[in-house]
Design a binder for this molecule. Structure first.
Ligand code: CA
Length: 224
């Protein structure tokens, strides 16, 4: 799961990033409005944690921009201002949740998890895609109700394909989903191919290899 933390208060941003990284999330950070909007425009996040008062602009404007652009990344607004108007505006603009500073990281964590359950699993912990069932909290996958071992990266990749089901996903998008900004340092995306190969083999062993197809020159597609 990939998070973007848009918050100008450095120590708070770092502590959120550290907390969620320890929880197994891939975290990216932005300290200004511009940096935030650039990342949100160019990448896909499972959840964006968004401060309102940012250098260079207002978080609510950023949210408005994303929703007008049909971006469906989950958004939790964090702000020192607990004014009712901000809360209402944020929710009206399409924020999924709102938390007022100061807050406990454990509460933010609970809200992020709850958002992800709503977003991906209709409120439960399991995400169903045809014969696949993904347990978001245990990070396990069953195929035809049989537990099949997947590595952490394979789980994240398969979940990314499930959330983009019936669409072609490029190797670069997969690489960015798995490794975030580090992707710029990679000479090739061959590792994506090797993860895909392993996932395909596991699907095939259960008789469902056809679900995952390479689309020549474009990427991969999971058909459900
Ligand atoms: Ca701020």
């Amino acid at each position: 799961m990939k998070l973007l933390i848009i918050e100008d208060e450095h120590s708070l941003r770092e502590s959120i990033a550290q907390y969620f990284t320890e929880g197994g999330f891939l975290c990216e950070q932005a300290g200004t409005f511009q940096e935030g909007i650039q990342k949100a425009d160019n990448f896909q996040y499972d959840c964006i944690i968004l401060d309102i008062n940012l250098p260079g602009g207002n978080g609510l404007e950023l949210l408005d921009h994303l929703r007008k652009d049909k971006k469906t990344d989950g958004v939790i607004i964090i702000s020192a201002r607990d004014a009712v108007e901000d809360r209402i505006t944020g929710l009206d603009l399409g924020a999924d949740d709102y938390i007022t500073k100061p807050f406990h990281l454990s509460e933010l964590n609970a809200r992020v998890k709850s958002l992800l359950r709503r977003k991906y699993a209709a409120g439960s912990n399991t995400m169903q895609a045809g014969v696949l069932q993904l347990d978001l909290s245990a990070k396990t996958i069953t195929i035809d109700n049989i537990l099949v071992p997947f590595t952490k990266n394979e789980f994240e990749l398969l979940m990314f394909l499930v959330t983009n089901q019936n669409r072609v996903v490029s190797r670069q998008a997969i690489a960015e989903h798995l490794y975030g900004e580090q992707t710029d340092n990679f000479a090739s995306f061959d590792f994506v191919y090797s993860h895909i190969k392993n996932i395909k083999r596991k699907l095939k062993e259960k008789g469902h290899g056809d679900m995952l197809q390479a689309v020549y020159g474009l990427g991969y597609k999971l058909t459900v």
